[in-house]
Each structure stands twice: as structure tokens, then as C-alpha cells.
Design a protein around this ligand. Structure first.
Ligand SMILES: NC(=O)c1ccc[n+]([C@@H]2O[C@H](COP(=O)([O-])OP(=O)(O)OC[C@H]3O[C@@H](n4cnc5c(N)ncnc54)[C@H](OP(=O)(O)O)[C@@H]3O)[C@@H](O)[C@H]2O)c1
Length: 285
């Protein structure tokens, strides 16, 4: 299994990054969140995913504090624009505010957070203008299902899209039916969000209480979180962006990069939590 993904622009990053949803919401947690992100960066997790939506900009500020003394070239910074801001009128201002909150001159990737009502061609044109202005290196999308991707790739400069960030984890494998194949055919990697089932307590309970899952983790001497991350990273051209609010969790997650799953283990995982047989609508958190 490759430990990296390569974007269409040729840039290569580790298959494990760091998410930031729910960061910046509680001042009492801020110190730990900054430390967690720094620990990740020190251990090679240089892709950081955030959004103007997260804590209404405060997560971007946490990222800004965490990266203050880090060489900008060592980072791969991703943020997302609200769909309502993703047009000529507001996108340039949104991007500027994001850059200010993060204390950087340029983002590595700027994503449309989910499909909205602004015509997609207008959004793509704004992304391309931001590239020309040196505010973003490249751009991508999030929560795009097959038809959204097909529309995007039919537009002027649509082929410049670098990623589609979507929900994917062991117990939610709908994208395996057509979307992931379509992305691979077009050489666009997936960024898997909620890789350790962060936002679905019921599903999480089901996975964490599964005897098969517990057996595999125990036999391998790893935690269930690590097993879930290893499963996502086992997929081709897919990076996982778990959010961890403590250095301890980040270090545990980092170890998942070195875990190889055998064919037998993958078969067992498939048996316990199979991908659906037919296409299902893309799930969104
Ligand atoms: N594009 C989108 O629409 C979208 C939607 C959702 C998420 N995202 C992105 O994807 C990222 C990841 O998704 P997510 O945050 O929703 O869910 P997640 O990464 O699957 O799960 C996060 C949860 O897992 C816990 N955790 C992390 N490491 C752990 C460990 N080693 N042991 C035990 N628990 C651990 C965290 O707790 P602690 O905080 O206590 O460590 C947190 O409660 C987000 O942060 C965000 O950047 C994007």
C-alpha cells in the first residue's frame, strides 16, 4: 500500500492528515488543540483541513496559532468556502479572511464545502482567479456526488479540480459503488472525512462492539481507531483526515500509517461491514 497520494498538480502528501471540525469552539480546549496540531506536524502530518464554517472562523485561527513557527513550505493547508460565499460577490473576501485568520499568504487547496446555488462555472472561475492572484495554489470540492463531479468536469477549467472531500469510513462505504471509481478514472484523489466515525454515535457503537473488529484489532495489537484509519488508508488514492483534540490521540493515529492490512483481514472487514451492492446517495455530515 502506498503511504502517499498524488494530486493532479503533482504534489504528494501522506495518506494521513489532520481535521479541525469542532476546534476553536471552546477556549478551554484551545491549548490542547494547538498542541495536538503541532504534534501532528512534528510527526509528518502536514496536511491540515479546516473551513470558514468551523466555529465560524475560529478553527482557522487555531490552525494559524499552531503553524506560527512552522516553515510554510512544510505545510499543506486546506480550507473550505461556504457555498453561499462561493461566487464573484463574496468569495474573494471569504478567502482573504481565511488567509488572515490562518496567518498565511496562500492556501494549498481551497474547496467548495458542498454544492450550492451559485452556478458552478462562476465558482470555478473565481477559484481560477484566486490562483492567478496567488491566494490559492489549487482548488477542489467537497460532498460532490457522481453527477456533481460529471458536471464539474464538463466545465471550463473543471479538470483543474484536485480533490473531492467526502464522508467515508468502514461502516459507510457507498462511494465504493461508483464515485470512487469515477474519481480514480479521472485521477482525482478522495479526502475521506469522518474516517473514525466521529459524528455517528450509533454506527460507532456498532463497529466498536463488533466481535470481528475487536478480534482483528486484538490480534494485531492495535486499537479500533487505528484499524479504522488503516482501512481508509488501504484504499487507493485516498487520504484520511481524522480530527484529534489531544497530542496523545494524534500520536496514536500517526501509528496507523505504518499498519498494513492483510488480504485475510480485509476479507473479514468486508464480511462484517460490506460496501452496499447498489448505488446509494452520497452521505453528508
Ligand atoms: N467536508 C465536509 O463536509 C466535512 C464534514 C465533516 C468533517 N470534515 C473534516 O473531516 C475531519 C474529520 O471528521 P470528524 O472530525 O467529523 O470525525 P472523525 O475524525 O472521524 O472523528 C473525530 C473524533 O474522534 C476522536 N478521536 C480522534 N483520535 C482518536 C483516538 N486516537 N482515540 C479515540 N478517539 C479519537 C476525536 O476526539 P478528540 O477530539 O478527543 O481527540 C473526535 O471526537 C473534520 O475534523 C473536518 O476537518 C469535513
Amino acid at each position: 500500500m502506498s503511504k502517499t497520494i498524488t494530486f493532479p498538480n503533482g504534489r504528494e502528501v501522506l495518506k494521513l492528515g489532520q481535521g479541525t471540525w469542532r476546534m476553536g469552539e471552546d477556549d478551554n480546549k484551545r491549548h490542547d488543540e494547538i498542541e495536538a496540531l503541532r504534534t501532528g506536524i512534528d510527526n509528518g502530518l502536514t496536511l491540515i483541513d479546516t473551513a470558514e464554517m468551523y466555529a465560524e472562523g475560529k478553527a482557522e485561527e487555531v490552525v494559524g496559532d499552531a503553524i506560527k513557527h512552522v516553515d510554510r513550505d512544510d505545510l499543506f493547508l486546506v480550507s473550505k468556502v461556504y457555498p453561499t460565499n462561493a461566487g464573484e460577490e463574496r468569495m474573494f473576501d471569504s478567502c482573504e479572511k481565511t488567509l488572515q485568520r490562518m496567518g498565511v499568504d496562500e492556501l494549498d487547496l481551497y474547496l467548495l464545502h458542498w454544492p450550492g446555488n451559485v452556478p458552478l462555472q462562476e465558482t470555478v472561475d473565481c477559484f481560477e482567479e484566486l490562483k492567478r492572484q496567488g491566494k490559492i495554489r489549487d482548488w477542489g470540492v467537497s460532498n460532490f456526488d457522481l453527477e456533481n463531479m460529471q458536471e464539474l468536469l464538463s466545465l471550463r477549467n473543471g479538470e483543474n479540480c484536485q480533490t473531492n472531500q467526502v464522508l467515508y469510513h468502514l461502516a459507510s462505504r457507498g462511494i465504493e459503488v461508483v464515485l470512487h471509481d469515477y474519481m480514480k478514472e479521472n485521477n482525482i484523489p478522495i479526502m475521506a472525512y469522518c474516517p473514525i466515525i466521529g459524528q455517528e454515535p450509533d454506527l460507532k457503537d456498532k463497529v466498536y462492539n463488533s466481535p470481528i473488529i475487536n478480534n482483528i484489532a486484538e490480534n494485531k495489537g492495535i486499537s479500533i481507531v487505528q484499524l479504522l484509519l488503516a482501512f481508509v488508508m488501504h484504499q487507493e488514492q485516498m487520504t484520511a483526515i481524522p480530527k484529534a483534540g489531544s497530542s496523545e490521540h494524534v500520536l496514536q493515529n500517526r501509528k496507523a500509517l505504518d499498519i498494513e492490512l492483510t488480504d485475510e483481514e480485509i476479507n473479514l472487514l468486508n464480511e462484517a461491514f460490506p460496501a452496499p451492492e447498489k448505488r446509494v446517495p452520497l452521505r453528508i455530515q
